[in-house]
Design a protein around this ligand. Sequence first.
Ligand code: ATP
Ligand code: MG
Length: 261
Amino acid sequence: MAKVIAIANQKGGVGKTTTAVNLGTGLAEEGKKVLLIDADPQGSLTISLGNQHPDKLENTLVDIIARVVNEEDIEERYAVIKFKDGVDLIPSNIELSAVEISLVNTMSRELVLKSYIDSVRDEYDYIIIDCMPSLGIMTVNALACADTVLIPVQAAYLPVKGLQQLIKTIYTVKRRLNPNLEIEGILLTMVDNRTNYAKDIVLEVNDVYGKTIPVFPIEIPLSVRAAEISSMAKSIYDYDPKGKAAFAYMSLTKEVLAHGC
Ligand code: ATP
Ligand code: MG
């Protein structure tokens, strides 16, 4: 039975997709079977994993959602793209934004993704959902089927207000839709330890949230190499295996494994 981890933060550009790629491939390096789900109409995860033209893909998460809503059968590996051994992808493209609107009139609209994920849980060890930068219905769908949420926070501005809103949404989903939902942890990303400002933010996040929400002890450093992989169809372990970002993401992977299922 897979553990389902949603990677969410409604703030854009905080490292959600980069974390999905490198946590997902990291878990596969550790021998786990991983499904990555792109739940963002920008299709960044889909592009990162080598599909340069998401709009030309025949089947995506959009088609899966349509089939769930219409109560149609979904055959095995429908819409799944194999990225590499142990890592599958369900891609997305811009059409997903229309689905968001169409779900408004669907019964149990928050549980559409859960219905699909429950049907594939047995085939994987980890299912990682890369959320879009909003707290709309797709993100609520991801939270409603996840076991845990991993929250990347960019150490470049004081994130306190936005984080409060996200945490409130997580607890609302937990109360109303998914009582088992837990927070995997806050992950500080793009940390530039040369600046006092970054260090202050790391301290502040630990100070304000550390008592109630786990904050990963490992931070992801600011790294040009990490930024470059978004167009390379490679994980950080293949692209720059000896670099500090690869080390940090492997440490994160081991931490997530240690948290168990
Ligand atoms: P969105 O909200 O748009 O989906 P996101 O939260 O998924 O964004 P990413 O796409 O992972 O964020 O990262 C935003 C940008 O920062 C990308 O250009 C990415 O390559 C770059 N980036 C990610 N991680 C790092 C890092 N550790 N150091 C430097 N740049 C990074
Ligand atoms: Mg993204």
